[in-house]
Design a protein around this ligand. Sequence first.
Ligand code: FAD
Length: 388
Amino acid sequence: MECAEEPRKDNVVVAVVGGGLVGALNACYFARRGFQVEVFESRGDIREAEIVRGRSINLALSHRGRQALSRVGMEEKIVSKGIPMHARMIHSLNGKQSPIPYGKKGQYILSVDRAGLNKDLLTEAESFPNAKMNFDHRLHDWNSDTGCMTFIRPDGTKESLQADLIVGCDGAFSTIRKQFLRQGRFDYSQTYIPHGYLELTMPAIDGEFAMKPNFLHIWPRNTFMMIALPNQDKTFTCTLFMPFDEFEKITSGDEVMDFFQTYFPDAIPLIGVDSLQRDYFRLPAQAMVSIKCSPYHIKDKCVLMGDAAHAVVPFFGQGMNAGFEDCIVFDEIMDQCNEDFSAVLPEYTRVRVPDDHTIADLAMYNYVEMRAHVNSKWFLFRKKLDNI
Ligand code: FAD
């Protein structure tokens, strides 16, 4: 007796909208399962671009992100290019540096290059014969009943495509999510914090790191702070987080120097006076938003993941990591529900929303922890006890 033929998965189209960190990883997860995967990304191919515009230059990869990479065989490749950070290094005003380990001996997080990670994930996704990258495709609108999406090309022309499942990985300002706002019983909140951020580069000195490399350096100054993460080219990327009001008060190179002299004097010779005065004004400070929503799906047609579902403030270093974990959680539910989208999507919302909302809350809490609490003697004492 002949078995009934299984529906061919390569006829089932999964459209991943957004080829950023989470979208590119997700494409690998869906392609591994044999679906016909179409990735739509509004930017051109970043592997061919000289300058990759985006958010932070580097970011911290932690355990949950590594787990998600390991399931698609990418962990070793990415980890080999990362720089371990075993502890925070607190810079006091007088220049004294005190380490606070992240966990037990041997535990660490990794500083990775955002653009490099995104490029590697795109290349991995593209290695599947059933995955296709569509760059320069900006989603304009989509229909939640039919799954029909309309994209705008750089020359202004429009293209449409219908998918069986749409995976919204198009970031904090998601176009996919806009349709959710038109549905009944969709909860949504967004909060901008009063702080902005700007990035500065601390160059290598004689081909070596200007500070100890295996640390996440922090200059906590209570209402604001600067951090620095190491890069493979022996530079550090310093990020200054400060209320917009304070950024606006600094309008000249001399004022930048006065400010750094008062709060970060040890960083001046390491960044360099000329670079500081120039780079401080290169780009305006960027805003940071925290977004929560629920549910994460519409019927069996569409699901949100990564920042499109839960943008968090960066102080817990878990935005990308949580987005990567979304991919694992979805993948496990696909196994449990036999890839039946009508069962998988509501289950994903049920399981994932509470965890993502908790991460958003922890990130908000860590906003104060990093810039203020790490200063307290009690905190340093407690951390020492933790590590005995
Ligand atoms: P994104 O990276 O925003 O990617 C979305 C993609 O969708 C982009 O490529 C975009 O071009 C594309 N897109 C947007 N709109 C459309 C459209 N209409 N059509 C088609 N494509 C579209 N996280 C960590 O885990 N660790 C850290 O240390 C860390 N540090 C951070 C530091 C800063 C300063 C900031 C701001 C964030 C940090 N994060 C960190 C958070 C992390 O950057 C995000 O969580 C992560 O980028 C989310 O990935 P994503 O793929 O969901 O979204």
